[in-house]
Design a protein around this ligand. Structure first.
Ligand code: FO1
Length: 324
C-alpha cells in the first residue's frame, strides 16, 4: 500500500501518475482540508475536489482546479444580485458542494461524504480528509511601512491583518507579503478516520510536491500525524515542490522566503529531514544534491515536472524504486 500526503494541484498530478504505476486500490491519499471554506452556506473542500476531479480525468487542465467545460450561470446570477463572486464556483462544481453540504447537515462525516463523491466519479483509490474537525489556515499579512509607523496596539492591529486562506490565495491573488501562518483549530482536532492506519500500514509513504507551509503544514499540525510520519521516516519519500528556486504553481517559494526558509530544495530538505529519509528533486537541481544530502536526506534526481500523466507515472515508479 502507498500512502500519499496531499495538497491540491501538485498532489493531484502525482496521484494521477501513481494510479498508473500501481493498482489504484493500493493508493491512499491523506488530503489537506485546512483550505476548506463555507461560501453561500456551502462547504467547499478545494483540495479534495482537485484530487477527485483530476483523477477522474474531469479536471480543468488550465486552472488545475474545478471541472473542465464548466459554465458559470450561477456565478453570473449571484453577481447580478450583488453577492460575493470572487471565489468562482462553476455550475457543475456546485453540485459537489450541494451534495457535501447536504450530507454533512444530515450528520454524515466528511470522510464518508468524500468516499461517496470519489465512488461517484469511479475512483478506486482511497481519499481520506486529514481530519473531520474544522481546521482553518489563517494568514497574517505583512504590514506596510505606514501601518508599522502608525500602529501602537500590536495585537489588535495584527488581528486585523489576519485573513482566511482563500481570501489570501484567491481574493488577494497571493500577491501580498505574509508575516505568519497558523492553523486554527488544529490543536483540538483528531486525525480523520483511517488516517493513522494508512500511515502505519503503508509500505511507502510519499509527501507529494505540495506547498510545504500551507498544504502539508496543516496535516502535520493535526495531533498524531507528524508523530506517525516520523516513525515511518525510513519508508518516506518527499518530492520537492520547489524546482530551481521557484514553485511550479502557487506561492510556495514566496511563502517559504517570507517565513524565513530558503526557497530551494535545500530549504525543503530542512523542513522534511525529520519526516522523510529521501528527497526527490528535479534534474534542474542536480547541482544541489550534495547540499540536500548534507542536510541528512538521500537525494534522488529525476524529472519532476509532471507535464503529462506519463511523466507523473515515471516519477511515481522512480519514487517506488528508491523506497525499496
Ligand atoms: N482558485 C482560484 O484561483 N480562483 C477561484 O475562483 C477558485 C475557485 C475554486 C472553486 C472550487 C475549488 O475546488 C477550488 C477553487 N480554486 C480557485 C482553487 C483553490 O483556491 C486552491 O486550489 C486551493 O485551495 C489551494 O490548494
Amino acid at each position: 500500500m502507498i500512502t500519499v500526503l496531499a495538497g491540491g494541484v501538485g498532489a493531484a498530478r502525482l496521484l494521477r501518475g501513481m494510479v498508473r504505476a500501481v493498482p489504484a486500490s493500493d493508493v491512499t491519499a491523506i488530503v489537506n482540508t485546512a483550505d476548506d471554506v463555507v461560501l453561500h452556506g456551502l462547504h467547499v473542500s478545494p483540495d479534495l475536489d482537485t484530487v477527485t476531479y483530476t483523477l477522474a480525468e474531469a479536471g480543468n487542465p488550465e486552472t488545475g482546479w474545478g471541472l473542465a467545460g464548466e459554465t458559470w450561470q450561477a456565478m453570473d446570477a449571484l453577481e447580478r444580485l450583488g453577492g460575493h463572486a470572487w471565489f468562482r464556483l462553476g455550475d457543475r462544481d456546485l453540485g459537489t458542494h450541494l451534495h457535501r453540504t447536504g450530507r454533512l447537515a444530515e450528520g454524515a462525516g466528511l470522510a464518508a461524504v468524500t468516499a461517496e463523491i470519489a465512488a461517484a466519479w469511479g475512483l478506486e483509490l482511497t481519499l481520506l480528509p486529514m481530519t473531520e474537525d474544522r481546521v482553518a489556515t489563517m494568514v497574517t499579512l505583512a504590514r506596510c511601512d505606514e501601518a508599522r509607523e502608525e500602529s501602537s496596539e500590536q495585537t489588535s492591529e495584527q488581528a486585523s491583518r489576519e485573513v482566511g486562506f482563500q481570501e489570501y490565495f484567491v481574493r488577494l491573488g497571493h500577491s501580498v507579503a505574509v508575516e505568519s501562518v497558523r492553523f486554527d483549530g488544529a490543536q483540538e482536532s483528531l486525525p480523520g478516520p483511517g488516517v493513522l492506519d494508512a500511515l502505519a500500514d503503508a509500505d511507502v509513504v510519499v509527501i507529494a510536491p505540495s506547498n510545504p507551509i500551507v498544504s502539508i503544514g496543516p496535516l502535520l499540525a493535526v495531533p498524531g500525524i507528524a508523530e506517525a510520519l516520523r516513525s515511518r521516516r525510513a519508508d518516506t519519500v518527499a518530492v520537492s515542490p520547489i524546482v530551481a528556486g521557484a514553485a511550479l504553481k502557487g506561492p510556495a517559494d514566496r511563502l517559504m522566503r517570507e517565513l524565513g526558509h530558503e526557497a530551494s530544495v535545500v530549504g525543503v530538505a530542512r523542513l522534511y529531514r525529520d519526516l522523510a529519509a529521501t528527497l526527490v528533486v528535479d534534474t534542474a537541481d542536480a547541482g544541489l544534491a550534495d547540499a540536500v544530502e548534507a542536510e541528512g536526506m538521500a537525494c534522488v534526481v529525476t524529472d519532476t515536472i509532471m507535464s503529462s500523466a506519463e511523466v507523473a507515472a515515471d516519477l511515481s515508479r522512480r519514487i517506488l524504486e528508491v523506497s525499496r
